[in-house]
Design a protein around this ligand. Structure first.
Ligand SMILES: Cc1ncc(COP(=O)(O)O)c(C=O)c1O
Length: 393
């Protein structure tokens, strides 16, 4: 295996390239940097069947990940989560097939483990010795765990009213918890101000290039689990956007490698909460960028991202795939979370409940068709959201 198949990093807005061999943040244009791989060389050296035969875990997609060969990733066994058929719910919602990729079993109980594993691994490889991250909840816990695994310090900046479980989890792993009066973008600003003094590398969503690469493995697994068939629609709970962008990137890479039976993208749906829906609002207004969503509030804490650095990338994906964006209010998304538990035995996070409610609404409006094959994601374990459990009477 050659050193790496990664060529360089390109600005998602201007296309200007920078070397990957040193720590990078945003591009010169202030936009996310994305990885460019030598895909013809990947195709010549590995195929999808060889990867399927490797030991389980997201690092088996090694040729499509940035870490050079011969180096060990910082891993807690992330990846290879189940893709569950949900036939009863599909029937009830009126779609031909509904799949749920269940990320609840990831280390620290959310899909954030994938991105943090990739980003911590690469930053350490390139010389970082401490980390800082703003978090709406789950990313902070994931960073705290992976930093502990690597034996390096981590600083997690959360809104003061972040769910208690997420905050205490940070303490459990021995990271520094910084509670901020404000929302996640305020935390992001404090990280930018303090990172130098802390000697910490900023792991904010899409402000470094590699969290996205970890998330990409979710899409690669999904395709493999579907027998390399592309579904009609992907419905994703969207905050900072790395999940949605990562799945899209995975399908683009698989198409370029000739791994798909039919090279196309599904229609992507970004699901947000009514109390924090900057992407939905920008999509509906036909804008390329999403303005700050004032007064953001929702019980689906992972969706409480009033301003996302990846806004342009998300909007571009929604439009280019014929997708859409939809906001769900808190009562409706909580009802759908309970319905998922009762009808399929899945204790999902409220962000996933929002997706189920979105599927119902999109089917009722006719946007989803009866013969659509739909994939959605349970991005986190319902057990972390103790407040959503029914009270004892
Ligand atoms: C459970 C859960 N779902 C979805 C999201 C949104 O993910 P992204 O920021 O990749 O859009 C988050 C982010 O915190 C989350 O914790």
């Amino acid at each position: 295996m050659p050193d790496t198949y990664l060529i360089d990093l390109v600005c998602s807005s201007t296309g200007a390239a920078v070397p990957w061999e040193r720590l990078q943040g945003l591009s010169a244009a202030g936009r996310p940097l994305v990885c460019r791989y030598d895909l013809p060389r990947v195709a010549a050296s590995v195929d999808r069947d060889a990867i399927a035969a490797r030991p389980r875990g997201m690092w088996r997609w090694r040729e499509l990940l940035p870490l050079p060969g011969g180096h060990a990733p910082v891993s807690l066994g992330e990846g290879d989560t189940p893709l569950l058929a949900t036939p009863r719910l599909a029937r009830e919602l009126g779609v031909r097939r509904l799949w749920l990729k269940d990320e609840a079993g990831e280390p620290t109980g959310s899909f954030k483990a994938r991105g943090i594993s990739a980003a911590v691994t690469m930053a350490l490889h390139l010389g970082a010795r401490a980390f800082a991250v703003p978090s709406a909840g789950n990313a902070g816990g994931a960073l705290a765990a992976y930093a502990a695994r690597a034996g390096v310090p981590a600083h997690v900046f959360v809104p003061r009213d972040t769910p208690e479980v997420n905050q205490r989890e940070v303490l459990l792993f021995g990271a520094q918890l910084h509670r901020i009066d404000g929302l996640i973008h305020d935390c992001g600003r404090v990280v930018a101000e303090q990172r130098e003094a802390l000697g910490a590398f900023d792991l904010s969503t899409l402000k470094e290039p590699y969290r996205l690469e970890g998330k990409k493995t979710m899409g690669l697994e999904l395709l493999e689990q579907l027998g390399w068939r592309v579904p009609d629609v992907v419905v994703y709970p969207t905050g900072g956007g790395t999940g949605l962008i990562g799945v899209h990137a995975a399908i683009a890479a698989a198409a370029a490698l000739g791994w798909l039976d039919e090279a196309r993208q599904p229609r992507f749906v970004a699901v947000q909460a009514s109390g924090c829906a900057p992407i939905v609002r920008a999509f509906e207004r036909g804008q390329d960028e999403a303005a700050l969503f004032e007064g953001a509030h929702t019980c689906a804490s992972g969706l409480r991202v009033p301003k996302a650095v990846g806004d342009r990338m998300m909007l571009q994906i929604l439009r280019s795939t014929g997708g859409t964006a939809i906001a769900i209010d808190d009562d409706t998304l909580m009802d759908a979370t309970r319905e998922l538990a009762r009808s399929e035995g899945i204790n999902a996070c409220p962000e996933a409940g929002a997706c189920i409610a979105a599927i119902r609404r999109l089917r009722a409006s006719g946007w989803l068709r009866a013969d659509d094959e739909v994939v959605t994601f349970n991005t986190g374990a319902g057990t972390k959201y103790v407040e959503q459990l029914p009270p004892l009477s």
